[in-house]
Design a protein around this ligand. Structure first.
Ligand SMILES: [Zn+2]
Ligand SMILES: [Zn+2]
Length: 380
């Protein structure tokens, strides 16, 4: 074993140096794990839309930074205090940083941890990542667009090694956010109706989770025919191309004017969230899941004639990583996949090399792609 936190390894990472800049493939030095840290050899890393939102808009994230938060890999070293994870474990990372000790964490409400930053290194300690120009941050303590990541054990879950890495990587965000919103936040009941606005990686998981929960009407809404085709493949009972028709009117007709019980908004566009309000029935709720830029304003018109928010007792809720207690939920989604009940294969549109990250994000923004996944060959 190398000396304590002194000898470090070099690896390649896609670094985001500033807002609006392209990903830059750089040689990065990664520290040896100390205390509760785990060194992960990344095998697959999903390209979530929220990473490109951070790269393009900043969203308050300090830079330079290594983005990437959908990670699956193999543990190669652990710090002296690590107890839950072992060398050789296959792991999935979660984009939450639960301290494990506050009241929220003890109740399993990991998304509500009251001690943000508790898992970071002491500010006086050497940085986990650095390159020739200085220290690099890790988005949400992860930094998945890299060959290796140094992650606090609280953010990792060991999984069944039968699970393929590409599919496993998507569980940490796309599946947790989409399916978790349906199971944990909305708690969709058999016989209910659901509309999903935005049928990308997160939306497709909301659709298949709604089917698993017993929803009888599952309506996928998008502006891209490829994604509407995928929505049907994942179990949507109807699809609406909102570039062609008035979505409020179309869903009104599909539900015989009853509206839906739950509307999930996966895109951070205010007009889409507002039209989701227009498709709700009595006691219906809109769930906001896609990240919105700071300062975004939504217009709520609570009176009859404008909307039925008040007399119909409708609501608007946020959903953060699907209210996931990921220690429970990640193994659950792995189990559902291995038993053929969760489709993650069709979620992986294509696999790419780390060097292709800029082009892959352009393709994602161009549409038609559920998820691209960076893969790294296993060391020989
Ligand atoms: Zn994500
Ligand atoms: Zn906590």
């Amino acid at each position: 074993m190398p000396g304590i936190n002194e000898e470090k390894e070099a690896m390649r990472a896609a670094v985001t140096r500033g807002v609006g800049e392209k990903f830059e493939i750089s040689e990065v030095t990664i520290a040896e794990p100390m205390d509760h840290e785990v060194l992960v050899d990344i095998r697959a890393s999903g390209l979530c839309h929220s990473d490109i939102t951070v790269a393009e808009q900043g969203m308050g994230v300090p830079m330079p930074v290594v983005l990437g938060h959908e990670i699956a890999g193999v543990v190669t070293a652990v710090g002296s205090a690590v107890s839950r994870i072992r060398v050789g474990d296959h792991v999935v990372a979660a984009a939450l940083q639960p301290c494990g000790q506050c009241r929220a964490c003890l109740k399993g409400r990991l998304w509500a941890c009251s001690k943000p930053g508790a898992l970071d290194r002491d500010p006086g300690a050497a940085p986990r990542l650095r390159d020739g120009k200085g220290a690099l941050g890790q988005l949400q303590g992860l930094g998945g667009f890299a060959e290796q990541a140094l992650i606090h054990e609280n953010q990792l879950v060991a999984i069944d090694p039968a699970m393929p890495f590409e599919q496993a990587s998507l569980i940490g965000c796309a599946v947790a956010s989409g399916a978790g919103s349906v199971f944990n936040v909305a708690r969709v009941q058999p016989g209910q109706s659901v509309a999903v606005f935005g049928c990308g990686g997160v939306g497709l998981n909301a659709i298949q989770a709604a089917v698993l929960a017993g929803a009888t009407s599952v309506i996928g809404v998008d502006i891209q025919p490829e994604k509407l085709g995928l929505a049907k493949k994942f179990g949507a009972t109807e699809v609406v191309d909102s570039s062609q028709v008035d979505v409020v009117q179309a869903i009104g007709e599909l539900t015989e004017s009853e509206g839906v019980d739950h509307a999930f908004v996966m895109v951070g566009v205010p007009a889409v969230a507002e039209s989701a309000l227009g498709v709700l029935g009595h006691d219906g709720t809109v769930y906001l899941i896609g990240g919105m830029s700071p300062g975004t304003e939504l217009t709520l018109r609570p009176s009859p004639g404008d909307s039925l928010l008040l007399p119909y007792q409708q609501g608007v809720r946020g959903s953060w990583l699907g209210s996931s207690n990921f220690y429970n939920d990640i193994p659950l989604y792995v189990d559902l996949y291995l038993k053929g009940r969760l489709n993650l294969d069709d979620l992986v549109s294509n696999t790419i090399a780390l060097d292709e990250i800029n082009e892959a994000y352009e393709a994602l923004e161009g549409g038609g792609v559920a998820r691209s996944v960076i893969t790294f060959p296993a060391p020989s």
